[in-house]
Ligand binder design. Structure first.
Ligand code: COA
Length: 177
C-alpha cells in the first residue's frame, strides 16, 4: 500500500490543486492532503476553513484524507509512519527553484521524505490562490478557477473580507492614522 502526502497552504483550494489531487489519487492507494502554514505568508482563510473547503472540493474521492498540521512538513512526515512520499504540482519552470529547495530541505530534515512532482495540466498552469483572491475581491467570476461546490462560498467570503479592509482603511484615514 503506497500513501502520498500533498502539502500546501490551500488559501483557498483552486482547480489547479484539484487537478493534482485527482491525478495523484489515482497513482497512490491513499492520498493525504495536508494544510500547512508558510509562516512568511499572510492568509485570508483560517486553517479550519481551508480544511473545510478542501473536504467539500474532494467529496466523492474515496482514497483521500484531509488533515492539517502546525509545524514542519518533515516532522509531520516523521509522525506519519504510514506515509511514503510527498507529491507536489509544478506549474511552470518558475515553480521549480522554490519546489526544488523545499524538496531538498524536507529530505535534509527527514531522509525518508522523498518528493515527486506532477506537471500541472495545461489549463491550470496560470491559476494561483492569490490570483483567485484578487479576482474575488473585486467581484470577478471565479467559476473557472475554483471547484463549483465552493465557488460562491469563496467569492462571498473574500468579497466581505475586502469590504471590511476598505472600511477599516477609510476609518484610519478619517482618524488621520
Ligand atoms: N495549481 C494551481 N496553483 C498552484 C498549484 C497548482 N497545481 N500548486 C501550487 N499552486 C499555487 C498555490 O495556490 C500558491 O499560490 P499563492 O502563492 O498565490 O498563494 C502557490 O502556488 C504556492 O503554493 P504552495 O505549494 O501551497 O506553497 P506555499 O508557500 O503556500 O506553502 C507549504 C508551502 C505550506 C507546503 C510549506 O510552506 C510548508 O511545508 N510549510 C510547513 C513548514 C515547513 O516545513 N517549512 C519548510 C519547508 S522547506
Amino acid at each position: 500500500m503506497k500513501t502520498a502526502i500533498y502539502p500546501g497552504s490551500f488559501d483557498p483550494v483552486t482547480n489547479g490543486h484539484l487537478d493534482i489531487i485527482k491525478r495523484a489519487s489515482t497513482m497512490f492507494d491513499k492520498l493525504v492532503v495536508v494544510v500547512l502554514i508558510n509562516p512568511l505568508k499572510s492568509y485570508s482563510f483560517e486553517i479550519s476553513e481551508r480544511r473545510e473547503l478542501l473536504e467539500k472540493a474532494t467529496e466523492g474521492i474515496k482514497n483521500i484524507e484531509i488533515d492539517s498540521y502546525d509545524g514542519l512538513l518533515a516532522d509531520y512526515f516523521t509522525q506519519r509512519s504510514d506515509v511514503d512520499v510527498i507529491v507536489k504540482g509544478l506549474r511552470a519552470t518558475s515553480d521549480f527553484e522554490y519546489e526544488f529547495q523545499m524538496a531538498h530541505t524536507n529530505k535534509d530534515l527527514n531522509p525518508r521524505a522523498e518528493t515527486v512532482f506532477i506537471p500541472a495540466s495545461a489549463n491550470s498552469t496560470f491559476i494561483s490562490s492569490s490570483m483567485v483572491k484578487q479576482v474575488a475581491m473585486f467581484g470577478g467570476d471565479l467559476s473557472n478557477y475554483v471547484p463549483p461546490m465552493i465557488h460562491v462560498e469563496i467569492s462571498e467570503r473574500l468579497k466581505s473580507e475586502f469590504q471590511e479592509k476598505k472600511r477599516l482603511a477609510e476609518l484610519n484615514r478619517k482618524d488621520g492614522k
